[in-house]
Ligand binder design. Structure first.
Ligand code: CMP
Length: 147
């Protein structure tokens, strides 16, 4: 059965001009891009999106990174979209990904454990929350960024 996930190209992915390359991989991998949008997160909305990490030492730096430029979000659909997208992006730490998963997206466009260029929902619950955060009624307070 079809499943949806939230994919996001983070500020380093956009500034590094990886959007076209990432979208080609997405389409060649059989995902349907249901909806796509560019956003500029502010500190409040980034903190809500990453609320589960609010107690971590890297949280302030994560918010600074995620608000440093626009992000490009996509709703991806296919069977097993969540696990398939997570497999394509690779491990969180891009430095490790370059060694263990050299063909993964984070190995190609990421830099380290924070600047890892792409995001993917990790469960059906987070996919539903993250999709409604950007595309549904919870997206209030996030400004769209004109292309
Ligand atoms: P993401 O998969 O989007 O979810 C949480 C984000 O927090 C993660 O990607 C990284 O950008 C960041 N992150 C996770 N672990 C660390 C870490 N150890 N140090 C710095 N940033 C991290």
């Amino acid at each position: 059965t079809e499943e949806r996930t939230l994919a996001m190209i983070k500020p380093d992915g956009l500034s590094g001009n990886y959007t076209d390359q990432i979208k080609i991989i997405i389409l060649e991998s059989g995902f349907n891009i249901v909806s796509e949008k560019m956003f500029q997160l502010d500190a409040e909305s980034a903190a809500i999106f990453y609320a589960e990490h609010s107690g971590r030492s890297f949280f302030p730096s994560l918010i600074k990174y995620m608000t440093s430029g626009p992000v490009y979000t996509m709703i991806l659909e296919k069977s097993d979209a969540i696990s398939h997208w997570r497999a394509l992006i690779g491990p969180t730490d891009a430095r490790k990904a370059k060694v263990t998963h050299p063909n993964s997206m984070r190995a190609i466009c990421g830099s380290d454990s924070q600047r890892n260029c792409v995001h993917g929902s990790d469960s059906p619950q987070s996919a539903a929350r993250e999709i409604s955060f950007f595309f549904g009624e919870l997206s209030t307070g996030i400004s769209t960024h004109d292309e």
